[in-house]
Design a protein around this ligand. Sequence first.
Ligand code: HEM
Length: 538
Amino acid sequence: MTSDIESVWVFALASKCRAFSQENIAWSILIIALAWLVMALVYWFHPGGPAWGRYRFKKCASRSVSNRPIPGPRGLPFIGSMNLMASSLAHHRIAAAAEACKGKRLMAFSLGDTRVVVTCNPDVAREILNSSVFADRPVKESAYSLMFDRAIGFAPYGVYWRTLRRIAATHLFCPKQIKGSEEQRRSIASEMVSLFANHRNRSFHVRDVLKRASLNNMMVAIFGQKYKLDCANNEVEQLRALVDEGYDLLGTLNWSDHLPWLAELDPQKIRARCSNLVPKVHRFVSRIISQHRAQTNEKARDFVDVLLSLQGADKLSDSDMIAVLWEMIFRGTDTVAVLIEWILARIVLHPDVQSMVHDELDEVVGRSRAVDESDVMNLVYLTAVIKEVLRLHPPGPLLSWARLATTDTTVDGYHVPKGTTAMVNMWAISRDPQEWANPLEFVPDRFVAKQGEVEFSVLGSDLRLAPFGSGRRTCPGKNLGLTTVTFWVATLLHEFEWLPSDQNAVDLSEVLKLSCEMANPLCVKVRPRRRLSLSLSH
Ligand code: HEM
């Protein structure tokens, strides 16, 4: 920037001087443009593309760093490899690029002015995710506009973020709280069963019911509001629309985040859409906070009550409370629904696996009663099925939100400068033939621990499969999410046999939005396994 201003001054002074004719001015402009172009090409020529080239050039000029470069694609001059991320299959493209440039352990690329490193290797993933240097998130305009920098997900690493995580861990995600919300999960599961039972012998899409069920579940836990699954409710529809719009905004690659000269133009209208959404979220959540403040009767404590009761250093302002509550609704809704849809798709595609799950349910639960959450720990094969689905279809294949290097550091022996965005391609790791036997085959048995073996944990200790991330910024809702998914899937499988629809075969194509969803929503038929009168009884 400074050098641009300097050249404008030199040019302006020179143009006052008589020695400069119009022809000379034209030549000067041409020479400056050429010099600029040459520099852009020099930057672009560096492995990893222009953002890495610019960094290297400046550092070499100041003679500070000159170690070996991280391999990576150059992409295009100026914009680098925006094409890798501006795709509904970014995780596939990144994996292919890493393979092509022999950068599976660590690959560098440029998103406009942003330097990025990505790994498809579990050891390097551990190095990144568990390092305190990468405990921050990169700045994303939409996330900041949508207040997520004041919630857990995008709050800069520090005291405020730690306070929020502690509050959430104590009052929302601890085992006692999760156990305490069992009744609400059971009641929503029964509602789902009734709704699906109405579709007997007819094909239907599961997605809408799953998303409404997850939203209702979060609405009870966070706002203390219970809604019926089978009848449309204005408030739920309103919140659903807000969440959908937020998802779309956060899931879109914003070119202005990486090309600052585009920022003023807001070419994708992301800023405009965020400005439109935020007051609506404020109105919605503020109304619920006010209702809680006005309430005098005794009722079960929800997360709004918890936040309102905080005192001293923990006390949050109203706008921070809105950000935290909004994030919880936002994060807890789609991830759960997306994962269940993938699980049901695999169950329909693999009747042999389905019948093994049914056998297990018959043995552990029996057909005379519904599943109870306490049964889940005995459903070893079903747990293995869920892990196998997480392996092949992690809802966050690039672990949702990347990390940011807060200081210069070394990763896998390479120098990674401060300000670099780091990503982990969990999708590629969990399909890597070096890590998994027959990685593309759906084999839940690989997760059934043999005699004397320790059960594989998907909660972040083994980076070959860590769909909830790992380290300081690992998903705080992982236990709640997994408990909900496992119990609901167990119930749905106990109650029904899941069959392919006559018209729409199961299609495993993916689309990466904020989560990685089925590109073509799952369409199925169900056949009840227990007498319906029994299906809702315990
Ligand atoms: C199947 C369900 C879920 C999956 C697959 C999932 C996945 C993830 C992933 C991959 C991350 C990034 C972790 C990292 O950077 O290492 C994350 C972060 C987060 N998740 Fe989840 N999640 C799920 C459910 C939930 C639920 C139910 C909630 C809350 C109600 C939640 C709240 C959060 C929050 C607040 C963060 C940000 C953490 C931070 O930056 O400190 N998630 N999740």
